[in-house]
Design a protein. Structure first.
Length: 173
């Protein structure tokens, strides 16, 4: 087991969300990237998959808490609170039952909302972010819902590894 790799990656999974409060764009996108590849690093490094899943879900919830804290200081606090509550139900049901289907029924809409708003704020200015968000709210929410329902389905219902899925779609399996 490569303990140093495990400690560094798990440490980053819990450190990056704290940085949402000061650098939401950078830390948010960095954490999304890390969350996309961490299993491909941690499991081969020797962390048993069952343990990885529990650590991953705990780190995800830690990130949601910091998204909520960050969001509470923004004009989208209601949307942030509602999406946090929705995912909290899914997280609780998963930890009680260990059944991933609850992540599909109670999708993580919080993270894409956070990333969209942080991206608008970063590139268009925080003073304009809410106005832009409101003007494009329907398109933003259609995008979030389409993205997250397919994402939650692939990840937690079909349980298909995305790398394998892309290779199969390209005929390179």
């Amino acid at each position: 087991m490569d303990e140093l790799i495990i400690v560094v990656v798990v440490g980053l999974k819990f450190l990056l969300p704290v940085l949402y409060l000061r650098r939401p764009f950078e830390a948010g996108w960095g954490n999304l990237l890390l969350d996309s590849i961490d299993g491909d690093i941690l499991v081969p490094a020797g962390l048993p998959d069952e343990r990885y899943q529990l650590i991953d879900k705990a780190a995800d919830y830690w990130a949601y808490v910091f998204m909520l804290i960050w969001g509470w200081r923004t004009p989208i606090r209601r949307e942030v609170a509602a999406t946090f509550a929705l995912r909290t139900i899914g997280q609780a049901l998963f930890f009680i039952t260990r059944d991933e289907i609850y992540f599909f029924y109670f999708p993580n809409l919080l993270e894409p909302l956070f990333l969209v708003y942080a991206t608008i704020g970063r590139f268009r200015g925080w003073d304009k972010a809410y106005e832009i968000y409101r003007r494009h709210a329907v398109a933003i929410w259609i995008g979030i819902l389409l993205y997250k329902f397919q994402d939650e389905y692939i990840t937690h219902v079909a349980n298909v590894d995305r790398t394998t899925l892309v290779k199969q779609m390209l005929g390179r399996d």
